[in-house]
Design a protein around this ligand. Structure first.
Ligand code: PGA
Length: 245
């Protein structure tokens, strides 16, 4: 996949995140049914399915993982290093997904993971976003600036980083951000990135995206693509999201 590019909207990026869902049988069916249309599609599958997903999806979608270890290897039971993910054919990894942050990953751990990804030429897809409490306290810009700032040095080392704005309150809740709110927040992300980076970085919106609302987000100039959780598990729904992008 080629995500680092020009200053204009290129082919829409549609990322799926299966989270802790799926099976070999489901993956086989999904790969047979999925149609990316004109979108640049990508899917983050659970680790055990990486190699098979790479094999089955071939040119339909890039394959990546949902997180990687902070460590390059060694005595870290249960962890998967960036090198292992790359070895299995992963091209990218999510980093700092809110579910990982909620499970204890702080900004330093997120930055360290970006460094691991970059070291193995994986594209880091850095997830940022505010909780409802932070939004209601008027801290949206501060939270985004803190999360992006903490990762800036490591992101700058990547040739083709991607950022995903995912308001925590919209993830898996069915309560999607309005296109207007998404535009404002992604605009803030882009403003912060512009002050920190020289190059253009694509920014995705994520949080309760489905086929019925995908086009609204993609009509927003600032939004370069989508990060889709629950709705990416169904091949026909994710195909429709790609078509609507
Ligand atoms: P959702 O998840 O689409 O199910 O809200 C998005 C994500 O977690 O990336």
């Amino acid at each position: 996949m080629n995500a680092s590019n020009q200053n204009t909207k290129g082919r829409p990026l549609c990322f799926g995140n299966w989270k802790c869902n799926g099976s070999i049988a489901a993956l086989r069916q999904w790969a047979a049914d999925f149609d990316p249309g004109g979108a640049q599609a990508a899917v983050c599958v659970p680790y055990p399915y990486l190699s098979l997903a790479v094999q089955l999806l071939d040119k339909k979608a890039a394959v990546g993982c949902q997180d990687i270890s902070l460590h390059a290897g060694g005595a870290h039971t249960g962890e998967v290093s960036a090198a292992m993910a790359a070895d299995c054919g992963a091209q990218f990894t999510l980093v700092g997904h809110s579910e990982c942050r909620q499970a204890g990953q702080d900004d330093k751990a997120v930055a360290g993971r970006i460094a691991q990804a970059v070291g193995e030429a994986l594209i880091p897809v850095l997830c940022v976003g505010e909780t409802l409490e932070q939004r209601e306290a008027g801290k949206l810009e501060e939270v985004l600036a803190d999360q992006l700032g903490a990762a800036a040095a490591e992101l700058r080392q990547s040739r083709s980083p991607i950022v995903a704005y995912e308001p925590v309150w919209a993830i898996g809740t069915g309560r999607a951000a309005s296109a207007d709110d998404a535009q404002k927040a992604v605009g803030l992300v882009k403003g912060i990135l512009k002050r920190t980076f020289v190059d253009y970085i694509p920014v995705l919106y994520g949080g309760s995206v489905k086929a019925a609302n995908a086009a609204e987000y993609m009509a927003v100039d600032e939004i370069d693509g989508l990060l889709v959780g629950g709705a990416s598990l169904k091949a026909d729904e994710f195909s429709a999201i790609c078509a609507a992008s």
